[in-house]
Design a protein around this ligand. Structure first.
Ligand SMILES: [Zn+2]
Length: 194
């Protein structure tokens, strides 16, 4: 599993009607083009506006945008995860270090908080530093984890090699009526089971 830039709706409770609906949204904004591959997951070549919607940062190496002849997946393309029955927590690695959104102190015991959240999505804990009540979904994961019923993967992007433009996040927000966010994964640690 290669590195990805992952887009998701910030509200972990949101469930889209179907993958086809989300596909329409991404086609409309020009992030995706033709569908590609024959895997179980929906994958797409980049769309006509992709390079205006995702900014590659200065020192990024040459990014492969075309599918290689041998049919492997080592190039930049887009995938839509399935729509999961329960919201999932996806993290870059097991060693992510979220911060309290109020006092910015590190929240070290997040694995326990995530396990509790999996059992009960309404679970709340409190910050040991400032004592404020918070849900694990409110922690600042510093672009290394996210929650949702589905995720849009932009494959073969390493952390901070590229970022979604404000325009992309704004357009997705406008089309869906929801706030979008992003993070990066390298191992795709899905701690939430099916
Ligand atoms: Zn705090």
């Amino acid at each position: 599993m290669s590195a990805s830039l992952v887009l998701h709706v910030r509200d972990p409770a949101y469930v889209p009607a179907s993958v086809a609906d989300m596909e329409q949204v991404l086609l409309q904004v020009g992030l995706i083009g033709k569908s590609w591959g024959d895997s179980a997951q929906q994958r797409y070549l980049i769309g006509e506006h992709f390079l205006q919607l995702v900014t590659f940062l200065g020192c990024a190496p040459a990014i492969e945008l075309e599918p290689p002849a041998k049919g492997n997946t080592e190039f930049c393309h887009v995938g839509i995860s399935g729509i999961y029955a329960a919201p999932r927590f996806v993290a870059d690695t097991q060693s992510v270090l979220p911060r309290c959104p109020h006092c910015r102190k590190r929240y070290a015991d997040w694995q326990f908080a995530i396990q509790s959240w999996r059992t009960d999505p309404a679970y709340r804990t409190h910050c040991p530093a400032c004592q404020r009540s918070l849900s694990p979904t409110e922690l600042d994961w510093c672009q290394s984890a996210g929650f949702g019923h589905f995720f849009i993967y932009i494959y073969n992007i390493y952390p901070r090699e590229a970022i979604p433009t404000e325009a992309l996040l704004n357009t997705l927000s406008k089309v869906t009526g929801l706030t979008w966010d992003y993070f990066y994964t390298r191992e795709s640690c899905e701690l939430e089971g099916d």
